[in-house]
Write a protein that binds this ligand. Structure first.
Ligand code: ADP
Ligand code: MG
Length: 240
């Protein structure tokens, strides 16, 4: 579904991604771990061109992710993204947050976009919140709404950048449960997270990034039990 070759990204003289190669298959849950500053967010943001790669190639569903604006829009519709800080529209209620993009970009009618939204709210267990504004929701509820909003565009893959890092501990589980449900239904997901239990349980493949490179990848269980690279070993000894 996504094929990345020799991806590099620099900010000025600082090279943050130093040649990333990776393939993400349909239905796969790929978990990305690594120390702060290793380039995890930059990698995700290059995939959907929130950041402009300095060089390299990204193919999505067989087509290059190029800079042409028209194609960018269609790529971003098919590649959802969920952020650490939710990024809901604060001046819109939940229903408006969920229906805006489907109406504007998919040209759905108000009625069908609302029907879609209700179904998604049920799926994330927040049907009773459709008239609520984001600032009245808990962090866990905001993140579940953000996931529902991403699903409203019927993406082929969802990129998650530390979706539970800003949450109080008691709310982490409800968000991970929604993500587990998506995994069970075969959604392709790339997830940057520090939740190692989740990574082990749900991840089909683990990528360990350090210093702008993928240092090690494999089945989460294998890597947790027997890290092959000293840097992976050192990182895991701190977080496990
Ligand atoms: P991670 O998500 O793994 O913590 P990031 O991808 O956010 O890492 O950042 C990798 C490196 O790139 C860090 O050194 C960070 O300071 C730098 N960086 C990220 N975004 C920018 C930016 N917009 N301008 C300059 N440097 C940046
Ligand atoms: Mg990050």
């Amino acid at each position: 579904m996504i094929k990345v070759r020799e991806l590099r990204k620099s900010y000025g003289k600082h090279e943050v991604l130093k040649g990333i190669d990776c393939t993400i298959h349909q239905g796969e849950v790929v978990v990305v771990i690594g120390p702060s500053g290793s380039g995890k967010s930059t990698f995700l943001r290059c995939l959907n061109r929130l950041e402009e790669p300095s060089s390299g190639e990204i193919m999505f569903e067989g087509r290059p992710v190029v800079e042409k604006q028209s194609e960018l829009n269609s790529i971003r519709q098919k590649m959802g993204m969920v952020f650490q800080h939710f990024n809901l529209f604060p001046h819109m209620n939940v229903m408006e947050n969920l229906t805006l993009a489907p109406r504007k970009l998919k040209k759905l009618s108000r009625a069908s976009s609302e029907e879609l939204a209700i179904g998604l709210l049920k799926a994330v267990g927040l049907e009773d919140k459709k008239h609520a504004y984001p600032n009245s929701l808990s962090g866990g509820q905001k993140q579940r709404i953000a996931i529902a909003r991403s699903l409203a565009m019927e993406p082929d893959v969802i990129l998650f950048d530390e979706p539970t890092s800003a949450l109080d501990p008691e709310m982490v589980g409800e968000v991970l449960d929604v993500m587990k449900g998506l995994a069970r239904r075969g959604m392709t997901m790339v997830i940057v997270t520090h939740e190692m239990g989740f990574a082990r349980e749900v991840g089909d493949r683990l990528l360990f990034m350090d210093g702008g490179k993928i240092v090690e990848e494999g089945k989460p269980r294998d890597i947790f039990e027997k890290p092959g690279h000293p840097r992976t070993k050192e990182f895991l000894s701190k977080v496990l």
